[in-house]
Design a protein around this ligand. Structure first.
Ligand code: GDP
Length: 366
């Protein structure tokens, strides 16, 4: 029997096991465009089931990339560097050139210095063991930075294959669609969606007669905030347009709630401004530290939203992380949500975020 591949995600179509990848009902095989049930639901109902790669599949995929002579394009969501980093990757990349692409630059406030973002990306990648050849900031959605990235890609690849890797929801499909559109003028060549967990199987996209770009499976990283929130809440925490900073003057012993998903306590220091960079629709609530626990217990899901009811069923409890910020303008980064900038050091703060999601410090991007 001929192998049929899903035109949405590239998985091999099968009609036996509805729970396995590539399932399509037999009737779907008569259609002109054959897509798996998962892509069908995504396309027509904008609904996805998360698909997890087993460790074995994941290693197989990385091995496959490791053994080739191509170059790697690693896409991260600049709002979720930690959540969108593929941990096992450095072991398999060897000396291959790696182009690190920071996507969703359209959401950054104009005051952000792009060079600082690139420096931070390069350093964060290095801290995780990944040495990158080149760093680019793009918006796959608006096209900003895409020309430059595409030229760099051609330059670095020197007629070799390209493997595009990234976690779910970083915008990998949107990025590749943009590249395809540049070369062929076709719109929406592969499926994209609002929700994480969309790409399965290696999809081969010819670049010229001899080489191809391979779209690899979008890997689910369980540290991503996106996996702990309902589809409805994901819409609230995902910025839709340029973020507007919101500034709070805080005294010690005051707290900021980021909806009910995260919290930042000002423990010690002089009165200070805290500049918040989160999706404009995500509510921020200021209160006294003393009252914070009770307020959270009584108001989570009510005044402090998101989380909605669905999110609360799956969201791990908040875990606290304490920091002393020594000097300089610093960002306290809540992975997958946004960050808070404090203009000077000499203060102690405690950040709370669902267990498993990362909080980190970086030198301010502004
Ligand atoms: P994938 O799972 O990595 O393939 O991600 P998708 O391409 O499906 O994109 C995930 C979500 O991010 C979708 O809602 C996209 O519209 C959105 N997205 C992708 N690229 C960008 C971008 O450059 N800017 C913004 N603002 N959103 C983006």
């Amino acid at each position: 029997m001929n192998v049929i591949k899903c035109q949405g995600c590239g998985a091999i179509i099968q009609t036996e096991d509805p729970k396995a990848t590539g399932y399509a009902p037999a009737s779907a095989l008569k259609r002109e465009e054959i897509i798996c049930k998962r892509c069908f639901r995504l396309k027509h109902y904008n609904e996805v089931q998360d698909v997890d790669l087993t460790n074995d599949d994941f290693l197989k995929m990385l091995n496959q990339i490791g053994e080739t002579d191509g170059i790697i394009v690693k896409i991260i969501d600049i709002f979720d560097f930690n959540g969108s980093f593929i941990n096992g990757l450095p072991r398999f990349t060897g000396n291959k050139p790696i182009l690190l692409i920071g996507n969703k630059v359209d959401l950054l406030p104009k005051s952000v210095n792009p060079n600082k973002v690139k420096q931070w990306m390069r350093k964060s990648a290095k801290d995780q063991g990944l040495k990158v050849t080149d760093v680019h900031l793009v918006s796959a959605k608006t096209g900003e930075g895409m020309d430059e990235a595409a030229v760099a890609l051609d330059h670095v690849r020197q007629s070799k294959n390209v493997y595009v890797v990234g976690c779910t929801n970083v915008g990998k499909s949107t990025f590749i669609n943009h590249l395809i559109q540049r070369s062929t003028g076709e719109k929406e060549a592969i499926t994209t969606s609002y929700f994480p967990g969309t790409t399965l199987g290696f999809i081969n996209i010819p670049l010229d007669d001899d080489t191809s770009l391979f779209d690899t499976p979008g890997i689910i990283n369980h540290h991503q905030m996106a996996h702990y929130v309902s589809n409805q809440d994901l819409k609230v925490i995902t910025p839709k347009k340029e973020i507007k900073p919101r500034t709070y003057q805080l005294n010690p012993d005051q707290t900021l709630f980021i909806g009910g998903l995260a919290r930042l306590d000002f423990i010690k220091g002089e009165r200070h401004s805290f500049v918040c960079y989160f999706a404009n629709d995500l509510m921020i609530h200021r209160t006294k530290l003393q009252k914070a626990e009770v307020l959270y217990d009584n108001q989570v899901g009510e005044l402090l939203v998101p989380p909605d009811e669905e999110t609360r069923k799956v969201m791990p409890p908040l875990k606290s992380h304490s920091f002393y910020i020594e000097e300089g303008k610093t960002d306290i980064v809540f992975s997958g949500l946004g960050w808070v900038t404090v203009p000077e050091g000499g203060i102690s703060v405690t950040a709370h975020i669902p267990e498993g999601v990362r909080v980190s410090l970086r030198s301010s991007l502004i």
